[in-house]
Design a protein around this ligand. Sequence first.
Ligand code: BDP
Length: 681
Amino acid sequence: DDGSRLWLKYDLLADVQQRDTYLKSTQFVAANSSHPTIKVAVQELEMGLKGLLGKAPVLVQTATKSGGIILNVAPNSPSTLPQDGFELFSEKGNIVISSKSEAGVLYGAFELLRYLQTGKSLTNLSVKSSPKIKLRMLNHWDNANGTVERGYAGSSMWKWTELPFRIDPRYITYARANASLGINATSINNVNASSRFLTEEYLEKIKAVADVLRPYGIKVFISVNFRSPRTLGGLKTSDPLDPEVRKWWNEKTKEIHRYIPDFGGYLVKANSEGEPGPQDYGRTHADGANMLAEAMRPFSGIVIWRAFVYNADPKGDRFKEGYAQFKPLDGIFDPKVIVQVKNGPIDFMPREPFHPMFGAFPKTTLGMEFQITQEYLGQSTHLTYLAPMFKECLDTDTYVKGKGTTVAKIVDGSAENHPLSLMAGVANTGSDANWCGHPFNQSNWYAFGRLAWDYTLSSEQIATEWTRMTLTQKPQSVQKITDIMLNSHPIYVSYTYPLGTSHMMGEGHHYGPEPWLTKAARPDWTSIYYHRADSIGLGFDRTGKVSNALQLYSPEVQQLWGNAEKCPLDYLLWFHHVPWTQKLSTGRSLWDELCHRYYDGVGQVGKLQSAWESVKSDVDKETFEDVKGRLKIQEKEALWWRDACVLYFGEFSKLPIPKPLVPPTRTLDDVKKLTEIYHLR
Ligand code: BDP
């Protein structure tokens, strides 16, 4: 199994009895619509049922008997479910999949298949499901030249040189996989955007992609370069208040709609990490976003404007910058604008407190941006299941409208009554046969999609589902693999960034540890900017004494995190500079606790390895060996992280590795050399 079929394998179910039971209620599929989306729903059921049960259903227009599946698009149904929602219920001996929209029926078809794939009963079905978030979106960071920014699974899945003439069959697999989760939007290119994507040449290519994705209910977005009016249009400026510039965007937007009538809209990274933007002309983010929203006014599309901005101020605190730049603009953005905010205030670190913008912008629609690609989370070599991390953020209480105003309630629009809502995930797809590099990285695409649909699903349920659909049906092994997945993120955090440390990765490529990084192109790209290790202790004091970033949160959150004695240890060094000898709630000193966590993390990787070994007979051989090999790399690199960090911080604490832990056998110089290798030209 090369993993190319993702979680839609549809291999014959081993249990004959179970197959017979399923066959009795899936003998035919009745669909009274020839809408392209219904066609793909029927196709999927046909393929899925044939694979899982060994027998394809008969396709009919109307059901004349019982024992089959009825697809029912009911735009005028009195159901209270939203457009995309669906019902799946048993009626007169048939299974009915009903929705106001074709896409909803497609989602219901995938849900039904998931029932079979995960061994659930089909009797007395009574499911109502609807998405909590309206726009459930992947953000590809794919470049026109085929490379992928922060991609760890080969090159781009989009074959720009072949398009629009050759349609890679993988686009369809991609569309099916997304639709199976309810993902309904994708932006196809890197946020560090090339204007090339707005040329006629590329619009034709993007149109071809949009045509493939449309039947699966997926809208296409384009990341745009703010300087395009100059680079493409030959204008002298890209100033958003310049009438010629506005005209250029109006025309360009119309042109795009001639290719893609249901174009999703623009995604913009502006005035961030060297990208152009309205501030180049003394204008604000709102000036830029609203100009694009105006161009989009005649159409259904929207503008997604990223809040990932920070200036290189060595005395400042990057934590506060997105908030500071956007706060004065709350209430000024056009209703067609969504401001897309990363889950945390820095940059996709393995554990971050939620971004303080969530809850502090009542008049602006804020979208969530998670990173599925594991730039800082082990890339393609560490097994790290991210649902618990996504959920930790979504479930955190902002308290802005009283207890229970979780980040999720801000993002779904319910706390502040916003009609739009967005959850975006930076995609981890590539040209690798298995799409995502590490076989388990597929589970993060899966988990992201499931949570964007319904963030109340548990990490465990999602892990179990994915495992059953992807790796094995054997209950014991399903349980073991689920446990591996659930433990994996805490383990990763232990041997990389325990106790709320952050941003100590190798410079530029972000692989492996480099806590000693002191000089970089910008002070806020070093490691010392973040960990602030000195002879006294470790951590970034964000209380009133120093940066006071804590003040950006509601009083309740400040209380929770603002007191070093009470702050949960997972967040401790995000907010406090703690003395090495300070006793923590665990009874250990900071230094001892830090060492124990690094050592424990490494030890736990050993446990992951033996747990994986124990499922050997129940998973595909190729996948088994693949994961086994990667776990060995993970073990080696966990040690690398541990030794780098305890040896380096030991230079500040001047304390020995606490017994019974055994000090590393190599020196700090040895580990530094390992890191240097990655910088060799
Ligand atoms: C950082 C990545 C960089 C991205 C940036 C972003 O290192 O490649 O361009 O995020 O989100 O984490 O724009």
